[in-house]
Design a protein around this ligand. Sequence first.
Ligand SMILES: NC(=O)c1ccc[n+]([C@@H]2O[C@H](COP(=O)([O-])OP(=O)(O)OC[C@H]3O[C@@H](n4cnc5c(N)ncnc54)[C@H](OP(=O)(O)O)[C@@H]3O)[C@@H](O)[C@H]2O)c1
Length: 325
Amino acid sequence: MYAWRLHELGEPQDVLRWEQVPDPEPHAGTLRLRVDAVALNFPDVLLCRGLYQEKPPLPFTPGLEVCGTVLDGPRTGERVLATTNLPQGGLAEQVVVAEAAALPIPPAMSAPTAASMLITYQTGYVGLHRRAQLRVGETLLVHAGAGGVGSAAIQLGKAAGARVIATAGGPEKVRVCEQLGADVAIDYLSEDFVPVVKDLTEGRGADVIYDSVGGDVFDRSRRCIAFEGRLVVVGFAGGRIAEAPTNHALVKNYSVVGLHWGLYRSLQPQVVPETHAALMALWEQGLVDPLVGAELPLGEAPTALTRLGDRATVGKVVLVPARAA
Ligand SMILES: NC(=O)c1ccc[n+]([C@@H]2O[C@H](COP(=O)([O-])OP(=O)(O)OC[C@H]3O[C@@H](n4cnc5c(N)ncnc54)[C@H](OP(=O)(O)O)[C@@H]3O)[C@@H](O)[C@H]2O)c1
């Protein structure tokens, strides 16, 4: 089979190579999948650059989440959604995944939609419900609302009965946030979101802030978090990890809440299928439906990852192997 692999770290377009490699061998407790769709995540870009918290040995294949069809054993032919195990990621024609990680998908769900409903939606659901305890009628501020993580959080916030304010970089992305259901969307490249959030909440601020950008965006978010608010630290797409002064949290009576969805897979594994069942139910009720901003051939992985790293994508970017297209 063929897979995208990198033998050295760097920018995706410089280091990814399309190589023939042996078919992966399944063993006890695993399933071999034909990859039907692989969804990209910002961490795939960081993995190529060697800047992600996980550093797989070289050579490795990026790609953290796939929708695929089981190729062997009693589950042959079943379509599943799964996270992968680096160094054997999903940017390949086949991949072996842990059987316990293989989640069922509704027959009516397309492979690109399914592949888009794992990491970002699980992170959003666990982040908003479990970590931030978002309640009906509360105000949720979602930063980078047109991105993968942000677009899922807008939909999940609305499905949870919150009023959703989103920020995004530029008028086009602001429109995307509105189409995703945000009640108000702010272009944070041209306008300070702090006074807007305060105006919209009669000076109170947002009850929950879902921040995947970090840096200055985190710093400014502390200025518009409500009394008893929860500021969820999701990621650092902006590149700088902000400091959280504890005296400020004390004086304003808010919480800074860390979120690392991947840890649930090892420390509380039952959370993943439970969350998956809740997400599939929301999809079947029409309350969430991932924005697949681009569906491209698997052969375009380097360009697609470069665009993701350059802030030039909306929603999820999904790659489809040629034979499954
Ligand atoms: N905590 C967890 O468990 C967890 C799980 C999944 C992902 N994450 C993290 O969440 C973050 C977002 O991931 P994603 O897959 O949603 O990525 P994405 O689709 O590329 O979205 C990231 C968004 O961040 C904004 N951004 C602001 N400054 C940026 C910069 N300098 N470079 C690139 N983007 C910038 C961009 O939106 P605007 O142009 O609108 O600003 C961009 O669309 C990443 O840091 C990722 O590691 C965390």
